[in-house]
Write a protein that binds this ligand. Structure first.
Ligand SMILES: NC(=O)c1ccc[n+]([C@@H]2O[C@H](COP(=O)([O-])OP(=O)(O)OC[C@H]3O[C@@H](n4cnc5c(N)ncnc54)[C@H](OP(=O)(O)O)[C@@H]3O)[C@@H](O)[C@H]2O)c1
Length: 285
């Protein structure tokens, strides 16, 4: 069910539009006439991004304050959105982290899993009734090709044991792609579609944080690794949000349909992951 899809005038909610890929996607979608609502961690960053997005488009952008590492804040943000908006046509779960050291969220969840997986799942679940009501609608989850190197253990979703930055990140993105598959299936025939997308290797705060922006090694290596600009990273998000045809596949690498991790097809693992996820999120659903 695609109808005459045109992003002009449509309401797009994008998380993490204060920097990097998300900000560039918000700017481009605003240029194309979308009504942008975004999340920000602070008023300072929210106001700055709002002014830039307003200058790019005709519609007045709006933001909600939300620390995505807190489940109660995600719930509050979703509630505020539902109170103030009658439509949601595109939800882009973009906010993400890759912390160099192990950190724990307020809810006692390892930070990468909290921000990259639990927050988008909770936000999506809380906004689903409005997405269904606004159909045709789309959910775009910003994943990473690194999910293919990930493992999820549904019994330890809060994060236990020693921390490895890549394992933590890969696990969070694998869990997100598995959720995207579940979402696609559960929304079949509703007019709401979901897809996960890898934006490419993009020179952003997240990536620089991993390499250590100020280190000599990073400064020498970065140009060699040919990382792209945030605007380049935003392209596939914008394409999935604006193309007339609803995303036909579960997973994209940039603009190409791609095979996700084979683990995605493990139905028993997916069922256990969903049970564990629902258990952790149930006080907020
Ligand atoms: N860069 C890459 O090469 C690459 C590759 C594959 C996938 N990705 C994915 O692309 C997405 C965007 O990342 P990026 O590279 O553009 O990174 P970025 O420049 O660091 O931007 C991340 C965005 O998420 C927000 N954010 C982080 N933690 C948050 C929290 N606790 N609560 C609310 N917002 C929070 C940031 O807000 P602040 O502005 O307040 O910090 C910022 O707006 C992520 O999901 C990332 O995993 C990136």
């Amino acid at each position: 069910m695609t109808g005459d899809w045109n992003i002009r005038g449509k309401t797009v909610f994008i998380t993490g539009a204060t920097d990097g890929i998300g900000k560039e996607a918000a700017l481009e979608l605003a240029r194309r006439g979308a009504r942008i609502v975004f999340s920000a961690r602070t008023n300072e960053k929210g106001e700055k991004a709002r002014a830039e997005i307003a200058a790019a488009g005709a519609n007045e952008p709006e933001y909600f304050l939300c620390d995505m590492s807190s489940l109660s804040e995600v719930k509050r943000c979703a509630r505020e959105f539902l109170r103030e908006h009658n439509f949601l046509h595109v939800l882009i779960n973009n906010a993400g982290v890759m912390p160099p050291q192990k950190r724990e969220s307020k809810d006692g969840i390892e930070l990468t899993m909290a921000v990259n997986y639990f927050a988008p799942v909770l936000l999506t679940e809380l906004l689903l009734p409005l997405l269904r009501q606004s159909a045709p609608a789309r959910v775009i989850n910003v994943a990473s090709t690194l999910h293919k190197e990930g493992d999820v253990n549904p019994d330890t979703m809060r994060g236990t044991g020693p921390y490895d930055i890549y394992r933590a990140y890969a696990a969070s993105k694998l869990a997100l792609v598995m959720y995207t598959r579940r979402l696609r299936e559960s929304l079949s025939g509703s007019g709401v579609t979901a897809a996960a997308v890898h934006p490419g290797w993009i020179k952003t705060k997240l990536a620089l944080g991993v390499l250590g922006e100020s280190s000599l090694v990073a400064r020498i290596l970065l140009p060699l690794t040919r990382m792209h600009s945030p605007a380049y990273g935003a392209e596939p998000l914008v394409r999935l949000a604006t193309q007339i045809k609803a995303p036909s596949s579960l997973y994209f690498e940039r603009n190409r349909e791609a095979e996700p991790s084979p683990k995605i097809k493990n139905a028993a693992l997916a069922a256990r992951l969903w049970d564990s996820t629902r258990g952790i999120l149930s006080p907020y659903l």
